[in-house]
Design a protein around this ligand. Structure first.
Ligand code: C6P
Length: 412
């Protein structure tokens, strides 16, 4: 397929018109937003849904008999059902609303404190975001469990032979991201989950990056826990999901105590509410959780097959054009990759490149991307990361390439 045909996978101008922010200028130039892996932009339907909530049915949920509270409660539970359907979870109560991926991982890591003992082993991958490393290190400190690391190779892929050798009857948990935020590698999570289960270990998959690009099926994956953040999926910040198999969510103790997560409280003893409320203490981000459902509807209306096909085309084109620049190295060259390009210009600090791109109206992320172990592997302080979404265009890739050339000229 030629790029032009690929661009016609959907009406890109119509899609761009859904996102008001894409009309703005930055430093005098039309904005080119290529920091989608950090947070996506929001379509008008999502912005409208936020205004609608606060204008028309703002109230606390699960608490009042009055009309507004019931309307808000219904919308909140409808959103949970949408997420259940989206992930193909077996039961709505297997979906827990959280404040984001970081919160979801901490909830599970905290719960495992009661399930691990000294000498148990848990396995992390070398490609993780800090939020899928640090909570597990803290769990090891609390329990005496040992953290092992699946190594990566030069292309930014995990070394599965090493992983298989690591597994034993001591392994209790394996956690890995679906897609690496720093390199874009799509990890072979089917194999990772299957091997872990053969060893009797549970698996948590960090889908923070994946859920913007694909639609995971948690039952087909047979994954024990799957986590993601709404803000990378065209939804609001401060909202996330935890999918957990019912048997695991029943086994884990509550994360926080407070209102809404109890069945009965006396000073002698408290009993806990049933799922999912056991894990949703206090007043949640009601508006955000409701609007997460709106964002998921929006993405599904576009269609994940189309999103993936179009983004792959952006990735191929940008990779080819960037590699024409002498001295530019791309980190993360796995065959299975999503639309993230991490790169450096020889002898030039990524911050300097990012600053010049910003002056030209182009938003990218620079630095270690909360993945210091990956940067240590490549012995670099960081990279420039351009991450594409379905609302980016081939013209924007040309703007990026020209701007990188200009940065090279100015900084060499
Ligand atoms: N990555 C990035 O620029 P929160 O902050 O809780 O919504 O998501 C944390 C997180 C966890 N796992 C992965 C794979 C992620 O990419 C992120 C967030 C952003 O890459 C911000 S650091």
């Amino acid at each position: 397929m030629k790029p032009l045909e690929k661009e016609n996978i959907f009406d890109i101008q119509k899609i761009r018109s859904d996102f008001p922010i894409l009309k703005r200028k930055v430093n005098g130039y039309p904005l080119v937003y290529l920091d989608n892996a950090a947070s996506s932009q929001k379509p008008q339907v999502v912005i409208d849904a936020i205004v609608d909530y606060y204008s028309n049915y703002n109230a606390n949920i699960h608490r009042g008999v009055h009309a507004l509270s019931q309307e808000a409660t219904d919308a909140y539970e409808r959103s949970r059902n949408k997420i259940q359907k989206h992930l193909n979870a077996a039961k709505p109560y297997e979906i827990i609303f959280t404040s984001g991926t970081t919160h979801s991982i901490n909830l599970v890591a905290n719960g495992f404190t009661t399930l691990l003992k000294t000498g148990d082993e848990i396995i992390v991958s070398a490609l993780e975001h800090h939020s899928n490393i640090v909570p597990w290190q803290m769990l090891c400190e609390r329990t005496g469990a040992v953290l092992k690391v699946i190594p990566m190779n030069e292309t930014g892929e995990l070394v599965l032979e090493a992983y298989e050798k690591m597994l034993s009857d001591k392994t209790k948990l394996v956690f890995c991201n679906h897609i690496s935020n720093a390199l874009g590698t799509i990890n072979p999570i089917n194999q990772i989950i299957q091997k872990a289960h053969e060893a009797g270990a549970a698996v948590l998959i960090d889908g923070a990056q994946a859920c913007a690009h694909l639609k995971p099926d948690v039952q087909v994956l047979d994954v024990d826990f799957y986590v993601a953040s709404a803000h990378k999926m065209c939804g609001p910040t401060g909202v996330g999901l935890l999918y957990g198999k019912e048997k695991w969510l029943r086994k884990l103790p509550p994360y926080q105590g407070g209102g809404e997560m109890i069945a009965e409280v006396t000073f002698e003893k408290t009993t806990y509410a049933d799922l999912p409320h056991k894990f949703e203490a206090g007043t949640p981000n009601i508006c955000g959780d409701i609007v997460f459902g709106t964002a998921i509807d929006y993405l599904n209306q576009i269609g994940f097959d189309k999103i993936a096909a179009y983004e792959n085309s952006l990735l191929e084109t940008a990779t080819r054009k960037l590699l024409e620049i002498e001295g530019l190295r791309i980190y993360g060259t796995s065959k299975q990759k999503t639309s993230v390009i991490s790169f450096n210009l020889e002898g030039i600090h990524p911050y300097d490149v990012g600053t010049i791109l910003d002056q030209l109206g182009i938003a990218v992320r620079t630095g270690h991307h909360c993945t210091q172990p990956i940067m240590d592997y490549y012995k670099i302080p960081g990279t420039v990361r351009a991450s594409f979404s379905f609302y980016n265009t081939f013209e924007e890739i040309d703007r990026l390439v020209e701007a990188v050339k200009k940065a090279k000229q100015m900084l060499q």
